[in-house]
Design a protein around this ligand. Structure first.
Ligand SMILES: [Zn+2]
Length: 179
């Protein structure tokens, strides 16, 4: 976790992000900045579907795309929509500690049993897991969010993509030091 950079005061926000929508996101959530009034979204936030994470944000400030592990690859058309139609030029990709999409392969038995309990045939449940788990496995969340941000930055050259981690232990956002 040594790659996580805490943001506890405005000067902790790197200068290229200060005053930007990404910097504001950090101020709203971590620094309790008073809410500004927004009439349209200024940022796209990609984050995991996990229920333990709630961001402190003003109304209308952000498009939020929630997907397992903050993996936006299967949601790329929605990213394109936010960029093309919503005019979004700032993207924060937020992974989190203790993510269920990390180490997914070790939970195959639990996953298959759970689907069987929910009415699936065992063979269908196992096939379903084997077919999709590799696509959704993120490995280490810090590494993942860093690589996925680099991929998105390449794909959308006019968009500034910033990888972050939400620590469920303290409910705060951290920047990720590049490797
Ligand atoms: Zn997660």
């Amino acid at each position: 976790m040594s790659r996580l950079i805490p943001v506890e005061r405005p000067s902790d926000i790197p200068s290229p992000l200060r005053g930007s929508p990404t910097g504001r996101l950090l101020e709203f959530h971590n620094l309790e900045r008073e809410f500004d009034v927004y009439e349209r979204a200024e940022i796209l936030i990609g984050m995991c579907m996990d229920n333990r994470k709630q961001l402190r944000l003003p109304d209308q400030f952000a498009y939020i795309l929630r997907a397992g592990g903050a993996n936006l690859l299967p949601s790329e058309f929605k990213v394109s929509y936010a960029v093309a139609v919503g005019g979004i030029r700032w993207l924060a990709l937020i992974g989190h500690t203790n993510c269920g999409m990390s180490g997914l392969s070790s939970r195959r038995g639990e996953f298959v049993r759970g689907l069987v309990d929910a009415g699936w045939e065992p063979a269908d449940a196992a096939d379903h897991f084997d077919r999709f788990a590799p696509e959704f496995e993120i490995g280490d969340p810090v590494e993942f969010v860093s690589h996925e941000s680099a991929r998105l930055a390449k794909r959308y050259p006019a968009v500034t993509v910033t990888p972050m981690i939400y620590r469920v232990e303290d409910g705060r956002l951290y920047l990720v030091r590049p490797d």
